[in-house]
Write a protein of this length. Structure first.
Length: 570
């Protein structure tokens, strides 16, 4: 309840707008085509659009089989591609553009980074694509790093202010690979030092940076490092929103155990730190296991020295992927050869470094044929969804399968995984994001055409329904709605009812009549389908009471949008 006398709102609806009905495909068996252009489309990466859909980026050879550009497509909750047929061109500069990476812009669009070969030495570029599929920055991208030597393998996370932070491998010294990072703001202006801030420039090589947000506008970056007595070890560094490194110069040791540690992956722990997982050869120098370590915001390892084993079974465990579990821990999936051929296993580790599922991991798929390259996304609290390429039906063609596991390590879908796509030829390189309803949107490379690789996507619900064909709401069907406020008028307060036809994130921004933003009322967690109440307490971003007068509240969701007039009264 609000105290007597507090400012409330008087709301009068003045107009609604709906997305136009589309003739584009909805989810169908074996997936919706995002791009079937000539030649190959490879290396898909995706981020959530915040409204139950996905934005997918890939390297695209449609202009020439020997020259790759960067293209992207957004597919909404209903399986309808939202941008130009075959995707929008993010960069079509001369030379090859490779290794795309993607992060949400927080407003339904994305920021994309890539390795760019338009000059003899590859550099790092980035571009912003809006929710409507319009590129926002300089044509063919903003130059993030143009230092001498080569820059490779960018990774990216949002900066929580509409921009992004990008990390990469850097060979500017022409003697060793180092790790650099740079922030680009929402306007496409690179921040921090020209050509990036050095995270590690110590002797020998540093490879394969992976990045996670620190929750304060900065990032934590991990990599594998050859500076020590062992062939490779795992290091990490935190950089704040101003580009200042926060931990020991050249990074803190996450793991310096005997033999080799390599191929780290990272997820934020929700408390300013991160959880890092990697391949670990400490047991005998020949077989790799899966280990993990948590590092707090101050750069202090939180678990046993050199990490806890998630799997130390016989054979090799490779290709780890990681997702936060929403409870301060993480879920890690990997390829596992304990039975002499690759299968898919997963393990959950809590915030204290205690594994929660079966010893040496939970088997997600152990049927004949290789199961390869698992990708992972967070699901409900403590759980995850894992997708992989699966050759159970044929040793020559891999299909796409997935499994959802709850916080207790109980598989929720069909034993050994649910078929996402069984089209001809191979389905490979899955990438997935949560769909806001407990399921996921999965994209992949698809060889069903027989001559080249295309990009397809499919949605699977939390209950394991693949490719639902729910009708798309439009202005003439039951869909998004803003109801008249009650009571109206009132000095004691008013509530605006919002009807949502499916789970989605809702945002509302309060503006003065002069166009200045007074308050952002972002709904961080998706709202379920149904009716919800929205109220503004009459305060600005600082918590101070806004002055008496007329305001506009702009409400936005995937299924529709609208603007209401708000008159504050005392």
């Amino acid at each position: 309840m609000h105290a007597r006398g507090q400012l409330w709102i008087l709301v009068v609806a003045v107009g609604l707008s709906f997305p136009p009905p589309s003739a584009a495909a909805q989810w169908v068996p074996d997936g919706v085509a995002l791009c079937t252009a000539a030649n190959d489309q490879l290396s898909p990466r995706s981020c959530s659009d915040g409204m139950g859909g996905s934005i997918v980026v890939w390297a695209d050879a449609r202009s020439s089989p020997y020259a790759f550009d960067i293209y992207a497509q957004r597919v909404n909750f209903f399986g309808q591609p939202q941008w130009a047929a075959g995707g929008v061109a993010v960069c079509t500069a001369s030379g090859n553009q490779l290794a795309p990476a993607i992060a949400s812009d927080g407003a339904g669009g994305a920021i994309i980074a890539w390795e760019d070969h338009r000059t003899p030495n590859p550099n790092i570029y980035a571009q912003h694509v809006s929710v409507a599929g319009a590129v926002q920055w300089t044509a063919d991208g903003v130059q993030i790093c143009a230092a001498l030597g080569n820059q490779f393998a960018p990774r990216i996370v949002p900066d929580d202010a509409g921009g992004a932070i990008i990390a990469w491998e850097d060979f500017r010294t022409h003697t060793n690979y180092d790790i650099y990072a740079r922030r680009v703001n929402a306007a496409g202006v690179p921040q921090w030092a020209a050509n990036g801030v050095a995270l590690c420039t110590t002797s020998d090589d540093q490879f394969a940076p992976r990045i996670a947000r620190d929750g304060a506008g900065g990032a934590i970056v991990t990599w594998y490092d050859s500076r020590g007595l062992n062939p490779f070890e795992i290091y990490a560094q935190r950089v704040d929103s101003g580009g200042v490194v926060q931990w020991t110069g050249d990074g803190i040791a996450v793991c310096a155990a005997v033999n080799t540690q390599e191929e780290p992956e990272i997820a934020a722990d929700g408390s300013g730190g991160a959880i890092v997982t990697w391949l670990d050869y400490r047991a005998n120098g020949f077989n790799s296991d899966i280990y993990a370590q948590r590092v707090n915001a101050a750069g202090a390892p939180q678990w046993v020295a050199d990490g806890v084993p998630l799997c130390a079974a016989d054979g090799d465990q490779t290709v780890p992927s990681i997702a936060a579990d929403g409870l301060g821990g993480a879920v890690v999936a990997w390829d596992d050869s304990r039975a002499s051929r690759p299968q898919v296993y997963a393990q959950r580790v809590n915030s204290a470094g205690v594994t929660r599922w079966a010893s040496n991991g939970l088997a997600l798929s152990v049927l004949p044929g290789d199961q390869l390259n698992p990708a992972i996304a967070s699901a409900s609290k403590g759980g995850a969804i894992v997708a992989w390429s699966d050759a159970r039906k044929s040793t020559f063609n891999a299909d796409l399968y997935a499994q959802r596991v709850d916080s207790a390590g109980v598989a929720q879908w069909a034993a050994n995984g649910l078929a996402i796509c069984s089209a001809g030829s191979d389905q490979a390189s899955p990438t997935l994001v949560p769909d806001t309803g407990g399921g996921a949107v999965i994209a992949w490379e698809d060889g069903r055409s027989g001559s080249a690789s295309d990009i397809y996507a499919q949605r699977v619900t939390a209950s394991g329904v693949v490719g639902p064909t729910t009708a798309v709401p439009d202005a003439t069907s039951v869909g998004f709605a803003l109801a008249a406020p009650r009571p109206n008028p009132s000095r004691a307060g008013a509530t605006l009812a919002i009807t949502l036809p499916f789970p989605q994130r809702v945002t509302a921004d309060v503006f003065g009549v002069d166009g200045r933003r007074v308050r952002s009322l972002a709904q961080r967690e998706p709202l379920a389908a149904g009716v919800h109440a929205l109220a503004w307490d009459g305060r600005d971003e600082t918590g101070a009471r806004a002055g008496t007068g007329l305001y506009l509240v702009r409400v936005r969701a995937e299924s529709g949008s609208g603007t209401v007039k708000v008159t504050l009264v005392r």
